[in-house]
Design a protein around this ligand. Structure first.
Ligand code: SF4
Length: 371
């Protein structure tokens, strides 16, 4: 089945009509404020709308303007993001807010090239801001739109290929109803999120069903075509809960690293042939320049990131020799367990905190037994 020439205007018409009844009522749908749209679109990258909604509302209460965000300390920004994951998004929002304050008088520019020059704003986010907040005829292409387009037009090449990406952007642009791009973009994204889902799409409820080539051929679940999955690597990682006089040593990850700027219990990845205790002693020596005694283990924690999985082995520890120095971290601090809440921690470390809250500090003899 090839797409007849009048299909494209019909797609826009049907999606706009469908959206009138079915568009989800989400907090960012009640505003055209460019800053609000920008925050929502960044939060929505890799995170579902239902998860984003409470974060979005809290974020705007805490950072009501671009200036408030730009002038907030990075620790406060990361703490507000805690639980959303992919923390580079929060760091980029913060950096971009500072650029907007210094170079654009605190207002998001309504210009594609100027938006693309800001940290963390790529073609998708720029398209969303320009179409939804500024009413410009600009397309968006996120995972939901890509899936709908690959199915409706039965695209049989890998959507990650540059040539397919170009074709998809062209298609997304060609479908835009002049003057209604913002509404259309939101409609097609919502269709992908709620009807044209990755598995078991609800085709009988879809307004595009009789226009959809993949549905016609019965291959909708095979579109977009995907590469065979690569094996996800797994790493053993250790973490030291280093105690001194009721306080625990926490370290801040270097800003340029994954989870940069977040606080954690120091440690790192086990090398081949290393015991967990030797790994932890080496990591702490490299990161903080101190020798530690590795004590009682806490229960291991399994955690999955987007491209790898870890088993995290935490141990109660004590410093045997030396004073901490920030050799492999951005900063370090002694804090009492009731001060943990002031810092943003990655999800795996939050589970250590939950365990410590439940069990309290170890008895002294438990801290200094080598594992
Ligand atoms: S008919 Fe099915 S596969 Fe095609 S766009 Fe609609 S939900 Fe997706």
């Amino acid at each position: 089945m090839s797409t007849p020439p009048d299909t494209q205007p019909q797609i826009a018409c049907r999606l706009l009509a469908w959206a009138k009844q079915h568009l989800r009522d989400l907090p960012w749908r009640h505003t055209r404020d460019p800053y609000h749209i920008w925050v929502a679109e960044v939060m929505l990258q890799q995170t579902q709308a239902s998860t984003v909604a409470p974060f979005f509302t809290r974020w705007l209460a805490q950072f009501p303007t671009i200036e408030a965000l730009a002038t907030a300390p990075i620790d406060q920004v990361l703490k507000a993001w805690e639980g959303l994951g992919y923390y580079a998004r929060a760091r980029h929002l913060h950096q971009a807010a500072q650029c907007i304050l210094s170079e654009h008088e605190g207002r998001l520019p309504a210009d594609r090239d100027q938006l693309l020059a800001l940290p963390g704003i790529g073609p998708y986010t720029a398209g969303a801001i320009l179409s939804i907040a500024f009413g410009q005829d600009e397309p968006v292409l996120d995972g939901n739109v890509r899936r709908v387009l690959c199915r409706v037009f039965n695209i049989t090449t890998d959507p990650r290929r540059a040539s397919t990406q170009r074709r998809l952007w062209e298609l997304a642009r060609s479908l835009l109803p002049p003057g209604r791009a913002g509404d259309f973009n939101q409609a097609i994204m919502d269709l992908g999120a709620t009807i044209c889902t990755p598995r078991s799409p609800l085709c009988p409820q879809c307004p595009l069903m009789d226009l959809c080539e993949a549905a016609h051929l019965g291959v909708q679940e095979q579109r977009p075509v995907s590469r065979p999955r690569r094996r996800i690597p797994h790493y053993d990682v250790t973490a030291a809960i280093i105690w001194r006089d009721g306080q625990v040593l926490i370290t801040q990850r270097p800003l340029e690293d994954m989870l940069g700027g977040l606080w954690e219990f120091p440690g790192g990845k086990r090398e081949p042939g290393e015991t967990l205790a030797d790994c932890l002693k080496r990591e702490i020596r490299e990161e903080l320049g101190v020798e530690i005694i590795v004590g009682k283990p806490l229960p291991p924690i399994r955690h999955a990131y987007s491209h790898f999985r870890i088993t995290l082995y935490p141990f109660h520890c004590q410093i045997q020799r030396g004073e901490p120095q920030a050799l492999g971290c951005a900063a370090w601090r002694w804090v009492t367990p009731d001060q943990f809440d002031r810092y943003a921690f990655p999800a795996a470390d939050q589970r250590i905190i939950a365990y410590l809250r439940e069990r309290g500090a170890p008895r002294p003899h438990q801290e200094d037994r080598d594992a």
